[in-house]
Design a binder for this molecule. Structure first.
Ligand SMILES: CC(=O)SCCNC(=O)CCNC(=O)[C@H](O)C(C)(C)COP(=O)(O)OP(=O)(O)OC[C@H]1O[C@@H](n2cnc3c(N)ncnc32)[C@H](O)[C@@H]1OP(=O)(O)O
Ligand SMILES: CC(=O)C(=O)O
Ligand SMILES: [Mg+2]
Length: 366
């Protein structure tokens, strides 16, 4: 057992000390690209500054024959793209390495950390099963950071995409001070759980509840009744959010594979936002705007939250505002909105302007 006092000790001689707090940087959209796909990779420089996170994907969706080309392509992009990755960069650079049981992951980590570790912010690890997977990556990263002379520790993000990973979600979050967050991996998770879906994220029309019949007669049972589609991912996301919140790290919805259905994508992202997630994956350029918009609190909500904060004075007691009771607990919810809006606005001038305009409008109408 590692004693508590050693939790923040570097795991290799010469490795940078682990972070005490995960930096709060906007990560509303984690945009995936295949670095071995020249056309897609060619779009990356033009996306810097327009998306919170660019992620060079090396795992699923990259052909086995292209694994090495993807790894080398990502090293080139990391080294050559201005404003991408590292302290203070306009857009963070993340990677998703291959799975820990694959023949590629050791070379992925070794090559990326030693050749471009100073430009990488977060390493996403797929199919994490338990704390032991994070411990393996943690020690290896420390050794590689020491070898590369890195001054800033890399962070680790785990994808929840196995039943065992879900069962161990709390210990995964707390396995290392490197842990930055978790994403839902709905496709692999569905397969591992033996769910009967064939999609990448999103709902299913068969997963529903139906209005009761008017009475027990055969006619009433056969009559048309309203039915409501339910969210297949509600339990999983809520569980992931609790585990992340307990450990002070961030939760993310994963991918939404129906690229054409921008409306359902927005709905799924918004459900995740409302439940506590800070971002989602973008697989296609058209999903970036959806994620940035949905994972930014609306200017109206932020202006309202500021009114509650002002009305609550020293933050204790109860007040009435617009016919509603506000107290210490609603104040705390409002502070979540205000703090998130300030953090996002600091990095997104257009959003900052929208917040300022809504605030001015609210003050004018008061
Ligand atoms: C379950 C999981 O593991 S999910 C994570 C793994 N999956 C991924 O990473 C998938 C990433 N995305 C993709 O591979 C592609 O977007 C696909 C296959 C879904 C669709 O690709 P296409 O059929 O080429 O899409 P489409 O024709 O609409 O592309 C329009 C343009 O956007 C570009 N583009 C498409 N996706 C991306 C992307 N992710 N990043 C940058 N550019 C992109 C295309 O190259 C194309 O460029 P062009 O106009 O110069 O020709
Ligand atoms: C996100 C992912 O990898 C999955 O859904 O399997
Ligand atoms: Mg997967």
């Amino acid at each position: 057992m590692r004693p508590a006092r050693d939790f923040f000790a570097p795991l290799a001689v010469g490795a940078p000390p682990p972070l005490r707090e995960i930096p709060a940087r906007p990560s509303r959209a984690i945009h995936f690209f295949d670095p071995s796909n020249e056309k897609m990779a060619g779009k990356v420089p033009g996306m810097v500054g327009t998306v919170d996170v660019l992620l060079g994907n090396l795992e699923d969706a990259v052909k086995a024959a292209n694994k090495e080309a993807a790894r080398e392509g990502l090293v080139r992009i990391a080294r050559d793209t201005a404003g991408l990755g590292g302290e203070g960069a306009a857009t963070q650079l993340w990677t998703r390495v291959n799975a820990l049981d694959s023949p590629w992951v050791l070379d992925d980590l070794t090559r990326l950390v030693t050749a471009a570790g100073d430009r990488l912010d977060v390493i996403m690890v797929p199919k994490v099963q338990g704390a032991e997977d994070i411990h393996y990556v943690d020690r290896l990263l420390a050794q590689l950071e020491a070898k590369a002379g890195l001054e800033r520790p890399l962070m680790v993000h785990a994808i929840l995409e196995t039943a065992r990973g879900m069962a161990n979600v709390e210990e995964i979050c707390g396995a290392s001070p490197r842990m930055q967050g978790l994403s839902l991996g709905p496709a692999d998770l569905a397969a591992d759980r033996r769910m009967k879906t064939t999609r990448v994220g999103g709902g299913h029309p068969g997963y529903l509840v139906r209005q009761d019949p008017a009475d027990g007669s055969a006619e009433a049972i056969a009559a048309p009744r309203t039915s409501y589609q339910q969210d297949l991912w509600h339990y999983t996301i809520a569980r992931m959010v609790d585990a992340c919140a307990m450990h002070g790290i961030s939760a993310y919805y994963g991918p939404f594979g129906d690229i054409a259905d921008t409306v359902a994508c927005e709905d799924q992202f918004r459900n995740a936002f409302l439940l506590g997630c800070v971002g989602a994956w973008s697989l296609h350029p058209k999903q970036v705007e959806i994620a940035h918009r949905v994972f930014s609190p609306s200017p109206e909500d932020v202006a309202h939250a500021r009114r509650v904060v002002a009305a609550m004075g020293d933050g204790t007691g109860a007040v009435m505002l617009d016919g509603k009771m506000e107290d210490d607990a609603s104040l705390k919810q409002c502070l979540v909105m205000v703090e998130l809006s300030e953090q996002l606005a600091a990095a997104d001038p257009a959003l900052a302007e929208r917040y300022a305009a809504a605030q001015a409008e609210q003050e004018a109408s008061a």
